[in-house]
Design a protein around this ligand. Structure first.
Ligand SMILES: NC(=O)c1ccc[n+]([C@@H]2O[C@H](COP(=O)([O-])OP(=O)(O)OC[C@H]3O[C@@H](n4cnc5c(N)ncnc54)[C@H](OP(=O)(O)O)[C@@H]3O)[C@@H](O)[C@H]2O)c1
Length: 228
């Protein structure tokens, strides 16, 4: 049984990841920025008999990250897996020339700085695990080898999240860091035209969390290493 922390767990891919890991018998630390939504999500999992605990966590706020790790540390000596899933997309269909810098700053704060600060704050608890892992939920939109136009802040935030994965992986060799792309998934972010359901979107994260042999310091989609 692993202890697994998931950000942005109240809906979408994060909610599905928690349910699947809960069904496998792992202890799931369900986090969300909105307390009511987070408790509702966690209660739905508890009703199914899953071992879940809810903590408030807004990855946009450094204070919230500090408070969360402090509170979790009171009851948990170790965390085995951290899943940085929370993100926003606020520049859909926009071009760089039209991008509002306030939107850019907020997206970088939530999609990049949040995972960076949270991971840093959790290093000690992760290192107490015998098999620590960090999974950054990224996107093919951040892949440099296929970089295109549109959604510039989102692309930049995910390209930087990929770089963050590589830096942490080099600096903390005792922890398995990977970035992954869930594909185009039917969620509020992905929209109804998306080609994948949430089960498919969560599949590779669940695999990276639980499989015995996984890559290290790679970018992964559908359980296979892809180009950065
Ligand atoms: N859907 C896709 O097609 C797709 C494709 C590639 C990559 N991804 C990535 O997959 C991940 C999950 O996306 P999704 O499709 O499930 O999106 P979603 O349905 O929009 O859900 C996003 C989740 O992130 C949470 N969140 C946003 N800002 C937060 C903050 N400051 N602190 C804590 N939680 C916050 C949201 O909470 P609230 O309910 O409070 O807003 C929500 O729980 C993201 O990293 C996304 O970039 C998605």
């Amino acid at each position: 049984m692993k202890t697994i922390v998931v950000t942005g767990a109240n809906r979408g891919i994060g909610f599905e990841i928690c349910n699947e890991l809960g069904a496998l018998g792992h202890e799931v630390i369900v986090t969300a920025r909105n307390v009511r939504k987070g408790i509702d999500a966690s209660n739905k999992m508890r009703d199914k008999g899953y071992n879940t605990h809810f903590y408030q966590l807004d990855v946009e706020e450094e204070k919230s990250i500090t408070l969360f790790t402090h509170e979790l540390g009171k009851s948990h000596h170790q965390v085995d897996v951290l899943i940085n899933n929370a993100a926003i997309l606020r520049d859909n269909g926009m071009h760089l020339r039209d991008l509002d810098m306030k939107v850019f700053d907020r997206m970088m704060k939530i999609n990049l700085k949040g995972p960076m600060l949270l991971t840093r704050a959790m290093l000690r608890m992760l290192k107490n695990s015998s098999d620590p892992r960090v999974i950054n939920v990224s996107s093919g939109m951040g892949a440099l080898n296929t970089m295109g136009g549109g959604n510039p802040a989102y692309r930049l935030s995910k390209a930087a999240l990929n770089a963050l994965t590589g830096i942490f992986s080099a600096e903390e060799p005792g922890i398995k860091f990977n970035a992954m792309c869930p594909g185009w998934v039917k969620t509020t972010m992905g929209g109804s035209a998306a080609t994948r359901d949430v089960e498919k979107g969560a599949e590779t994260v669940v695999w990276l969390s639980t499989a015995e042999d996984i890559p290290q310091g790679k970018f992964i989609r559908d359980k296979k290493v892809i180009d950065w």
